[in-house]
Design a protein around this ligand. Structure first.
Ligand code: GUN
Ligand code: ZN
Length: 436
């Protein structure tokens, strides 16, 4: 048989999920000496080296990552690319932080060249931390969306993004109108949604910065294009929640504002979801909407602690997310580190396996993209990462003493960051290789 040039193989420890470890005993597969076979940018097989290597076409090159772990690429369910340059800006809470840093920083994205430059840096950074798909906020400027997708498409990445809609309670230079916001969003849907690996997210920033007219039009778009995404913020901060109550006195709750405009549906992803009640959680679950859980941001801005236990009781879809620049790290490992502590402060417990699930297959399910990304299942797009348990002297020392997969993953989550990502692959192509 002839060697097929488009087949690649990788020998490493393989970790992949089939189900949520919180609800299933057989949620993951772990192949300590595994083989991942990729053909034409898709995963062909993942399993034990001993079983699979004989199936390789003769002379197939095998990249030797023994001692390292391959998983599906991380998925970040909520991140703002325009906030890259203002990460780690100090402010006493969400609303002053938006006024002092966020809005002035987003102003510069009126300039397509500026937007393109930041998009390139942002995507480099995602690749360095092993994030192969993200649900991304752009700014109010349509050119910020064009710049982002132009850059992600050129790299062949699976990305979801959208133009912020906001027509009140923001500086004039960031204000659209209800009509213009909807028109520009629809044009962008036409231009980018389902073009290659790009998908569009309708993006009303949050209820306080949209008039009722804008909320109506955003909801109408969400109904007209049911396979687009919808992303926004909800119940992040207590002061914000009080403001929403004043602005929308007719709504039962903050989440109910979005519900009234028809925005709860599959592929709707709500950032933060901290100050919810039981009825809100039940509505998220029954509409198959998802929560994007952003622990580094929530701790940094002092917003509050996400309740994993209540979310699980309600059966909500959820995914971990960075929320850069409110979040303080691009790394999903650092995000797991903080998620673990948030759970502890709420009296609950997040095993490392669960946190890896919530950053891979759980996130793909939240985005209704399982079967495409999020695991090493045959047929999925070959977006995967190579984790190095010896990335730092301390990690090498600690992981030499771990006695289970759970302990190993826990050490990676608590001690790891971009240095752990030895390589990142998107659609079978290596898009990042760590130096050294
Ligand atoms: N609420 C409205 N806009 C934003 C934002 O940019 N970041 C965060 N964390 N919350 C928001
Ligand atoms: Zn956000």
């Amino acid at each position: 048989m002839q060697t097929t040039p488009n087949v690649q193989a990788y020998r490493a420890g393989l970790l992949t999920f089939h189900a949520d470890p919180a609800f299933s005993e057989r949620a993951h597969s772990w192949y300590e000496d595994g083989l991942l076979i990729v053909a034409d940018g898709k995963i062909q097989a993942a399993g034990d080296w001993a079983n699979l290597h004989a199936t390789l076409p003769p002379d197939t090159p095998v990249t030797d990552y023994r001692g390292k772990i391959i998983t599906a690429g991380f998925i970040d369910a909520h991140i703002h690319y325009p906030q890259t340059d203002m990460i780690a800006s100090p402010a006493p809470g969400l609303l002053p932080w938006l006024e002092q840093y966020t809005f002035p920083t987003e102003r510069a994205f009126a300039d397509p060249a500026h937007a393109a430059g930041v998009a390139e840096f942002f995507l480099d950074e995602l690749m360095r931390v092993g994030t192969t798909t993200a649900l991304v906020y752009c700014t109010v400027h349509p050119q910020s969306v064009d710049a982002f997708f132009t850059a992600s498409e050129a790299r062949g990445l699976r990305m979801i993004a959208g133009k912020v809609m906001m027509d009140r309670h923001c500086p004039d230079f960031l204000c659209d109108t209800a009509e213009r916001g909807a028109l520009e969003s629809e044009e962008l849907i036409g231009r980018w949604h389902n073009r290659g690996r790009s998908q569009y997210a309708i993006t009303p920033r949050f209820a306080p910065t949209s008039t009722e007219a804008q909320m109506e039009l955003a909801g109408a778009l969400a109904r007209k294009y049911p396979d687009t995404y919808l992303q926004t913020h909800v119940s992040e901060n207590e002061e914000e929640c009080r403001w929403v109550k004043q602005l929308y006195p007719q709504a039962r709750s903050y989440l109910d504002v979005y519900d009234r405009y028809g925005m709860l549906r599959p592929r709707a992803v709500f950032g933060h979801c901290i100050w919810l009640d039981g009825q809100d959680r039940a509505r998220l679950a029954e509409t198959k909407s998802a929560a994007a859980v952003c622990p580094t941001s929530n701790l940094f801005l002092g917003s509050g602690l996400f309740d994993f236990e209540e979310a699980d009781k309600a059966g909500m879809l959820m995914a971990l997310a960075t929320d850069v620049g409110g979040g303080t790290s691009f790394s999903m490992l650092q995000t797991m580190n903080e998620a673990y502590k948030v759970a502890r402060l709420k009296g609950s417990y997040l095993p490392a396996l669960r946190m890896f699930y919530l950053s891979t297959l759980g996130a793909a399910r939240s985005l209704h993209l399982d079967g495409t990304i999020g695991s090493l299942a045959a047929g999925n797009e070959a977006d995967f990462i190579v984790l190095d348990p010896q990335a730092t002297p301390l990690l090498a020392r600690r992981t030499a003493r771990t006695e289970s997969l759970e302990e190993m993953l826990f050490a990676l989550a608590l001690l790891g960051d971009d240095r752990v990502i030895a390589a990142t692959y998107s659609a079978g192509k290596r898009v990042h290789a760590r130096e050294g």
